[in-house]
Design a protein around this ligand. Sequence first.
Ligand code: ZN
Ligand code: FE
Length: 263
Amino acid sequence: MDPLTNPATGLEVHQFPCLEDSYGYLVRDRESGICAAVDAPSAAAVEAALAATGWTLDFVLNTHHHPDHTGGNFELKAGTGCQIIGPRADNARIPGIDVVVGDGDIVAIGRHRARVLDTPGHTRGHIVYVFDADEAVFTGDTLFSMGCGRLFEGTPAQMWDSLQKLRALPAQTRVFCAHEYTQKNGHFALGLEPGNRHLLARVREVDQLRSLDMPTVPSTLGLERLTNPFLRPDSPELQASLGLSGAPLVEVFAETRRRRNEF
Ligand code: ZN
Ligand code: FE
């Protein structure tokens, strides 16, 4: 059994590195064998993961339109006959899309249910998939470990809104994000909150993992709440570092994001 499987519910998760610094994911209902890829960074990488697991693909669940998330759509659909599910708001930009979903919709992978949340900011149509019962969320490029996506198509207010939806999930929720950006994120975060002992411990752990070329993902929502500066605009230390003590949280968030762009 893959170590990322939830033994209580039987949702199997197979995580694999691909492209430069991406993670691809296969999720599967052990009982029925129904299987989905969360995003399709490259057809070859997803096909290799299918070959390694012996699983057969039924769905691609896209988070947003960027090529490092949809580049494998056409080829996987042609090769496996899978259905492509993606954000309604990005309908026209998701290659091969069959089914559009949006906030509050449920996507069933066998007995397992993923709740769709609209999380605009990185792109205007970005969505995430929350497997509530299985305690897992696939966050695409909205939330990274100790980071968040760049604001290519949205405002800070939109992204902060989106991140607050994720921040509210239970602490034990495992966070499966689309990129291994954790180490750089962590060192940026430490510059803003050098007194955060949770952050210090996490950065040490991440440095160690990366020196062994091991993944830092998945994280948990509880850990992110303690260490991710983009979920912590209410931290007095963070606010003071930015010269924004007592400022509205959206302003603190916006300034944190702006500084990360230049880090
Ligand atoms: Zn992206
Ligand atoms: Fe990406």
